[in-house]
Design a protein around this ligand. Sequence first.
Ligand SMILES: Cc1cc2nc3c(=O)[nH]c(=O)nc-3n(C[C@H](O)[C@H](O)[C@H](O)COP(=O)(O)OP(=O)(O)OC[C@H]3O[C@@H](n4cnc5c(N)ncnc54)[C@H](O)[C@@H]3O)c2cc1C
Length: 405
Amino acid sequence: MTEALTLTPQALQAFRLDVRAFVQAELPTATREKVRLGLEISKAEMLAWQARLAARGWLVPHWPQAWQGQGWSPAQRAVFQEEMVAHHAPEMGGITFEMLGPILIRYGSPAQQQYFLPRILDLQDWWCQGYSEPNAGSDLASLKTRAERQRVDGDDVYVVNGSKIWTSYAQYANWIFCLVRTDVEARAQHGISFLLIDMQSPGVTVRPIIGIHGWHLFNEVFFEDVQVPVAQRVGEENAGWAIAKSLLEFERLNLARVAENRRRLAKVRAIGESVQEAGVPLRERPWFAERFHTLEVRFETLAATVLRFRQRAEAGHRLGPETGMLKLVGSTLIQDIENLAVDALGPDTLAYDRDAHFTPAAPQLGRSEYAPSASARRFVTRGYTIAGGSSEIQHEVLAKQVLGL
Ligand SMILES: Cc1cc2nc3c(=O)[nH]c(=O)nc-3n(C[C@H](O)[C@H](O)[C@H](O)COP(=O)(O)OP(=O)(O)OC[C@H]3O[C@@H](n4cnc5c(N)ncnc54)[C@H](O)[C@@H]3O)c2cc1C
């Protein structure tokens, strides 16, 4: 990694304005509107936005400069993210850019890096994450998808059988990175390998799971005698667990979702100003004002804590398991913000309109523009305290590893 330069406050402000000007000029209006209203972005819209970022050199600013990274300081990365979110840019595909890319940069063979990283940078590949299984979520090490090494037609391959579940956006992906069991005799964590699997391989099937929110986010992925070249294993055989765990380091500072919380809070503020109850704007109704201001205070506390962590990282300190609290607090806060949005909009949020997932609903007199997506949004964020380590697991980590209980 290249040493990041810490900018002066003036230079950081100039950088902020530069990012702001870019997003204001380049983000297509239709995409901005959809993000502002909480609608789902199509793959084509996402790729179009990513292509603009790539053209500006900002697709993967956090990667090393050898791979088109920008060498930004943590503060710059935070400012970049804040401006993107404040101007309703879609959230980036974290699985490809935040997970798989950094894993290949750290653990991939030169051949894997040369093949896969340029394809990510060219937006040819969309990756999904195949970790969870029907009986392996929090207890991920108990996963059972089996990869047996065989020689087929003179080639060394793994033959993969099993299934993954909750695979986000597998319907968009052409590659999946999977944790698979390569040794059934070894202790759970020691018999797992990290495989890169082409979704077009014979024997791979994707089945959608439509959530209560109506969104097609989740999928099941089935593997039936899927042949995967041994050269597509990352790291040593049976060393996949350590690679998977190291992902945590890549995402630590993002876990609090500060920028996303800020955007959602701004949305609830807009609701408070535009929606009336008993003839006055909601922001003047005590029940709303009290809940909204409490959320604001919680948000500012979170943002200040994250800033403190960021400064520690910037000063060269390694962050430990205490960052688990950022995920815990940030994901709960988002849910409370979305709950207030639904409570504020009331029965108007109940009518379910499937078309409103991808297209802004036609304006209806007396119905807030935020109403059609409010329930779906609330249910989507319900998953935030489960994905990436549930709140119960975070509490356990904090109790054992931080407080020594
Ligand atoms: C929005 C979202 C996106 C996701 N995307 C992906 C993806 O792309 N790829 C992927 O592989 N997976 C994905 N997942 C799956 C996610 O990783 C799992 O849901 C998560 O690990 C929890 O596993 P589980 O659902 O099997 O629940 P379980 O592990 O069965 O847990 C059920 C309940 O028991 C509690 N519990 C479990 N163990 C303990 C314990 N030791 N102590 C206290 N309480 C405990 C949990 O907190 C939870 O409340 C996604 C999930 C969500 C919600």
